[in-house]
Design a protein around this ligand. Structure first.
Ligand code: FE
Length: 224
């Protein structure tokens, strides 16, 4: 099963990706990791990408897409893969689709996690970190994991926040790209939704991101 995952920051996309990875024994490929891998191994594409990153420029699609294709052709992808974090805009979706077609790689499933922008932002800004254990989930905006006052709901320890989670401008900027349904990430998702409408080989699945992690996983597994 070859699949593409869409969902805003705060929707639990990464969590669902790693659950599926364990369940179906397929690699969960995050686009950022592909860059880091190519750069650390000093591949030709990695060297080219680094020259853009060092200048603070975006890496062009002409470099990114071949890198992704290389990754999808790796041995561990022969039983399927789950790509997360690419494409980020409609243009990239069109180019990725062309590249997959040319390489004869099928795309079987496209998943979109639905979540209102305001809720997604609250979920990020509501995260609290337990000083005793990073794995104690606390979020002031998610009822089942709401802290006990200002203490960890699991162990009663003190709580802190991560600076990134409180950077509202950065969150708004990322969400601005994601929720742009004309040219941004949602436009990329809808590009595949339109293809799936006329193609019985490709499934487009939407999930209710407001539900709990387990409920979202159950909905996804039942629709696959
Ligand atoms: Fe705790």
């Amino acid at each position: 099963m070859n699949s593409l995952f869409f969902g805003p920051n705060g929707s639990g996309k990464g969590t669902q990706g790693s659950i599926l990875k364990g369940k179906y024994k397929i690699p969960h490929i995050e686009s950022g990791a592909i860059f880091r891998d190519n750069i650390s191994k000093n591949t030709d594409l990695g060297k080219q990408a680094k020259s853009y990153i060092d200048k603070g420029d975006l890496v062009p699609d002409e470099i990114t897409i071949p890198m992704i294709l290389d990754r999808l052709k790796s041995d561990d992808c022969k039983d399927g893969w789950l790509l997360d974090g690419f494409p980020r805009n409609k243009n990239q979706a069109i180019k990725l689709n062309e590249a997959l077609n040319e390489a004869g790689i099928s795309l079987d499933v496209v998943v979109e996690i639905l979540l209102d922008r305001e809720i997604a932002k609250n979920r990020i800004m509501g995260r609290r970190l337990c000083v005793n254990d990073n794995n104690h989930p606390n979020n002031i905006f998610i009822d089942p994991i709401k802290p006990d006052g200002d203490k960890c709901r699991v162990c009663g320890g003190g709580l802190t926040t991560r600076a990134d989670d409180q950077d509202e401008d950065a969150i708004n900027k990322r969400h601005g790209i994601y929720y742009d349904s004309e040219t941004g990430t949602l436009a990329a998702a809808y590009y595949f939704r339109d293809i799936a409408e006329n193609n019985t080989e490709m499934k487009y699945i939407t999930l209710d991101g407001k539900a709990s992690v387990k409920e979202v996983t159950d909905e996804l597994v039942s629709k696959l």
